[in-house]
Design a protein around this ligand. Structure first.
Ligand code: LCS
Length: 397
């Protein structure tokens, strides 16, 4: 691994890769191989016994994937990282490695819909219970901690309500009991937020989003202490096997090189669009963490570099009217996912969070009127023009 590169703008390009080890290739080569040839049987035995470093089989490790993992470890200020075939493969591998039957998980009151479904599935099938916590105060967390609490799982900013959770406060509560804190850092990327530096134990990502940035790969990352990462590598990654392909790892290495530049533009565009939305008479409850009026602006200033590229807002209308507004857009595409160059819009109640029971959705603040916008890299005036035109049609409709 290249030695520690302090500036993120440099680390996203160089960390984890040394061209001298790869025939001088500027770009990281794609090691498109399933397995690695041993010099002899004894070497194979030594590698399996962990007595000799070296590759064995691509589910257990691959040089292209390793370069990505080392780069992500550096960016998250982690001792180690692992790459997965999807964000959900990362989330499930971490949660299953940290828990056993009869354990208890405390989860932020608001998470991505499939993370919620996973928790429900673990409870129904594996007797690993979970409770949602608003996490507005340390006391709220302390009151929920039990002897069998195995981990605290936090999403911040929360998808799609854009509420924030104070990570320092969570780690303070957890550390008194030695409970690990897992943070889903998908919405911020390490450029805007580095949870491990505030004492959290493991970070997970849907790398499908800002890490890739180009809407062409589904992937996940987990990063943290060697203790946790080794445990995950040797159990749920190795034996459940949700590994990333070398080509997808290469796409992420390529996307990462522009992460800081992209994030700066996403943030600039989103801040502008949030202000425009706030000024529009038909728009209600604009949720953008970079906005001084956002309820958690103080937390944003404390733990994030900028407000990010995501906004959610409400329109005063029925579900059908909200759908009609989405259908009026032309530059902005109706699609789930986020963090791409293209501005994407979606309706959480019927899309990303449709699997969350209605009662729970309303507890989380996901109404039929709520719309999520992933602000892309296009000219901000063009993005606003499209929104304004569709809002005018909504008014007439
Ligand atoms: N964590 C968060 C915060 C997410 O937003 C997602 C996906 C995942 C984990 C899972 O990652 P995946 O397996 O899809 O790579 N979020 C999506 C969303 O909001 N729209 O489409 C997918």
């Amino acid at each position: 691994m290249a030695k520690s590169l302090k500036n993120m703008e440099t680390a996203v390009i160089h960390a984890g890769y040394n061209a001298k080890d790869h025939a001088g290739s500027l770009a990281t080569p794609i090691y498109q191989t399933s397995t690695f040839i041993f010099d002899n049987a004894e070497q194979g035995e030594r590698r399996f016994a962990g007595e000799e470093e070296g590759y064995i089989y691509s589910r257990l490790g691959n040089p292209t994937v390793r370069a990505l993992e080392e780069r992500m470890a550096e960016l998250e200020d982690a001792e180690a990282a692992l790459a997965f075939s999807s964000g959900m493969a990362a989330v499930s591998a971490v949660l299953l490695a940290m828990t056993k039957a009869e354990d208890h998980i405390i989860c932020s009151q608001g998470v991505y819909g499939c993370t919620f479904s996973l928790l429900e599935w673990m409870e129904a099938n594996h007797q690993i219970s979970f409770e949602l916590c608003a996490m507005e105060t340390e006391e709220q967390i302390q009151q929920m901690i039990r002897p069998d609490t195995a981990c605290i799982y936090v999403e911040t900013p929360i998808n799609p309500t854009m509420k924030l959770i104070d990570l320092e406060m969570v780690t303070q509560a957890a550390s008194q009991h030695g409970i690990p804190v897992v943070v889903d850092n998908t919405f911020s990327s390490p450029y805007l937020q580095r949870p491990l530096t505030t004492g959290c134990d493991v970070v997970v990502h849907s790398a499908t989003k800002y890490i890739s940035g180009h809407g062409d790969v589904v992937a996940g990352i987990a990063a943290g202490s060697s203790k946790w990462i080794n445990q995950i590598a040797q159990s749920t990654l190795k034996d459940i096997g949700g590994v990333i392909s070398p080509f997808d790892a290469w796409l992420l290495l390529r996307g990462l090189k522009t992460l800081p530049i992209r994030m700066d533009r996403h943030c600039e565009n989103a801040a502008y669009i949030a202000q425009q939305l706030k000024k529009h008479s038909l728009v209600q409850n604009v949720h953008y963490p970079g906005d001084q009026d956002h309820a958690d602006y103080r937390i944003m200033k404390k733990q994030m570099k900028k407000g990010g590229g995501l906004i959610s807002f409400e329109l005063d209308g029925t579900k059908e009217q909200v759908q009609k507004f989405l259908n009026e857009l032309s530059l902005i595409r109706i699609a789930v996912s986020l963090g791409d160059a293209e501005t994407l819009i979606q309706h959480p109640a019927t899309m990303t969070h449709s699997a969350v029971p209605e009662e729970m959705r309303s507890k989380m603040g996901i109404t039929d009127q709520l719309i999520r916008l992933s602000v892309g890299l296009e000219a901000k005036q063009d993005i606003w023009q499209d929104l304004e035109r569709a809002l005018n049609a909504f008014q007439k409709g």
